[in-house]
Design a protein around this ligand. Sequence first.
Ligand code: N2P
Length: 365
Amino acid sequence: MPMKKFLTAPAIALACALACAPASAAERVVNIFNWSDYIDPGVLEDFTRETGIKVVYDTYDSNEMLESRLLAGATGYDIVVPSATFLQRQIKAGVLQRIDRKRLANAANIWSEIDGRLSIYDPGSAHAINYMWYTTGVAYNVAKVKERLGKPITSWDQVLRPEALKKLADCGVYVLDSPEDVFAITLNYLKLDPDSKNEADLKRAADHLSGLRRWIKKFHSSEYINALANGDICVAIGWAGDSLQARNRAREAGAEVDIAYAIPVEGALMSLDNLAIPVDAPHVAEAYQFIDYLLRPDVAARNTKATNFANGVALSRPLIDKSIADDPAVYPNEATMRRLFTVTPADQQKQKLITRLWTTVKTGR
Ligand code: N2P
């Protein structure tokens, strides 16, 4: 279930709004639906302080969850953050509106290289603006993996080969509940096209994953952050920033837990998450104001510092601590970039097949 977080303006502003504003003045608000653990909460508070716009902030942890809401319509959301492949399908379905970049004073801060990658999914980047971009790799507990494998994780073979995964199962393995990520990685591991939508290829990947199920404790896309930090699990196929948040949470808690994140030698999936405005958004002007705020280099830098995800504002990079800005797990260097692959969206029919195969992978039925 999405978690609810309701942010109000500072008490003083609220008191004034109640006491000073004419009764008819509509309260300015922006309703945001974003991934969990994906923003510095202080940014939301400062946005309200600076603009007087109240932020209502809900979270999700899967594209499927967002997509089913968007396709049902009337979400009430002003900003949503689909990954690029889902974005492309949602544009075709007519559920997102065009974004006029002339209305964004900070549009010049958009990182052109990342924007170019986004335009593969959204020609001319007409409906979206990149928020964060990242890889899907392996987060692991350094000591527990060393005990069991004698070495760090560097290859998908250490987690995707049944006899190898079996060695890690007793300390707890989580896998993202995200068929797009996990199919792409498995297809690539099986030396098939990671972007294959061929039914036989997808079935082969699903069969392989079904063979791993008994060694997997849970398929989940957000709980692994705390589970790793607490030492409850030792391996997760996860997203870069979330994996590093797990490492940081363990450090902050002073726990004897050291978490590392690997982009395996065979390569990893690179994805883009993007700010978009639903076609029926009730507060479009406020949505523009919020997107413009996120495009400020100092604000983008704060969000990367808090989440360990690379953002789409190039000028924010010099404002980010070197430990994050120069970490190839966050901002992959040229050599790592060459190992990354991307995927394209499945059409509705193939998406149904993927959903069906994924249910079988997770449940055996
Ligand atoms: C944030 C996850 C974002 C990456 N916790 C997956 N879209």
